[in-house]
Design a protein around this ligand. Structure first.
Ligand code: NAD
Ligand code: LMR
Length: 329
């Protein structure tokens, strides 16, 4: 039997937490041969602690063979101590009248505190996925507050946007999602993100020869960028099961590899494609041997460059706000 991996999940009593924890414990994320120590973090108030305890009781009641240990705490140091993986979900979701960036003020402090705790107590090679919005900038905050950890290991979730694009394209051209290769979603998980089909193929055939450009630009791009808002309007709550599923996909690809396939991860820019170094930006990546690499050398036309500029602007504005918050904290 393998040594258990410790997975820390914040926001355990929330909507996403409820869809996520049981799948992790069932082995969907790390595989059927990987025992798991699961540690859940919730806010330090009676209702949250009580709700997390209820989730823990249900995890017990599933008798998951892979679940070696479960704990629930409101102390970040206890949650992240010796953790191999941290999934930072706990944060306020937006309501229908808000943009994701409007959450910065409400959520930034969470990631200052958790970044510092990760810095002090987690395994030095911990892999961090930030889900709580605005996730790119929250990942930036946590990274800045954790100077002892490899900056590359602070990532944010744009796999949901990737998965959304896969299904939209598969439905449009009537193929399976698994037939589609090479797509990615560039930028910020916000209104400016850009699903890119220009390098994508279906069974070797370029997707751009199978769709018309008007559908691509006037339908697909806004549908993907606006999907989170459309779900909030429809459900009255933000996406939860699909977000949990994407979080599992993100970590599974990172740890177990993406089988030479391109997937989307928001990661600290290394300056590729002219994206300023250090911004947490959605890139096409390939994962192998527990690591990811940004796919280099894709041709970028002027049209893409305009979208890149919008995303850079959005992220730099958020960065300016949180740099001040970090400095004052
Ligand atoms: P939710 O309100 O149902 O749950 C959030 C939970 O986090 C609550 O139980 C709350 O008590 C807890 N929490 C708040 N502050 C905490 C802290 N400091 N430590 C630990 N726990 C804390 O929200 P949700 O629907 O689960 O969404 C969570 C976040 O994920 C939101 O910010 C949402 O916008 C974001 N989200 C991101 C994506 C994405 O693609 N990146 C997709 C969906 C949702
Ligand atoms: C999503 O894309 O579903 C999430 O980021 C939730 C939101 O606020 O849109």
């Amino acid at each position: 039997m393998k040594t258990p991996m410790k997975v820390a999940v914040t926001g355990a009593a929330g909507q996403i937490g409820y869809s996520l924890l049981f799948r992790i414990a069932a082995g969907d994320m790390l595989g059927e041969d990987q025992p798991i120590d699961l540690c859940m973090l919730e806010r330090d108030n009676e209702a949250s602690i009580k709700a997390a305890r209820g989730v823990m009781m249900e995890l017990d009641d599933c008798a998951f063979p892979l679940l070696n240990k479960v704990c629930s705490t409101s102390d970040p140091s206890e949650c992240f101590r010796d953790a191999d993986i941290a999934m930072l979900v706990g944060a306020r979701p937006r309501t229908a009248d808000m943009q994701r960036a409007d959450l910065l003020a409400a959520n930034a402090q969470i990631f200052v505190q958790q970044g510092r705790a990760i810095n002090n107590v987690a395994k030095p090679d911990i892999k961090v996925l930030v889900v709580g919005n605005p996730c790119n900038t929250n990942a930036y905050i946590a990274r800045k507050c954790a100077p002892n950890i490899n900056p590359k290991n602070f990532t944010a979730m744009m796999r949901l946007d990737h998965n959304r694009t896969l299904t939209q394209v598969a439905q449009k051209i009537n193929c399976k999602v698994t037939d589609i290769e090479g797509l990615c979603v560039w930028g910020n998980h916000g209104g400016t993100m850009f699903p890119d089909l220009t390098h994508s193929t279906v069974k070797g055939k370029p997707v751009m020869t199978m769709i018309d450009k008007t559908w691509y630009l006037s339908d697909l791009v806004p549908t993907v960028a606006g999907r989170g808002g459309a779900i909030i309007k429809a459900r009255g709550h933000s996406s939860a099961a699909s977000a949990a599923n994407a979080a599992i996909d993100h970590i599974r690809s990172w740890i177990k590899g993406s089988n030479d396939q391109i997937v989307t991860m928001a990661v600290p820019s290394d300056g590729s494609y002219g994206i300023p170094e250090g911004l947490t930006f959605g890139f096409p990546v390939v994962c192998k041997d527990g690591d990811y690499e940004i796919v280099k050398g894709l041709e970028i036309d002027d049209f893409h460059k305009e979208f890149f500029a919008k995303n850079i602007k959005a992220l730099e504005e958020e960065k300016a706000i949180v740099d001040e918050i970090i400095a004052k904290s």
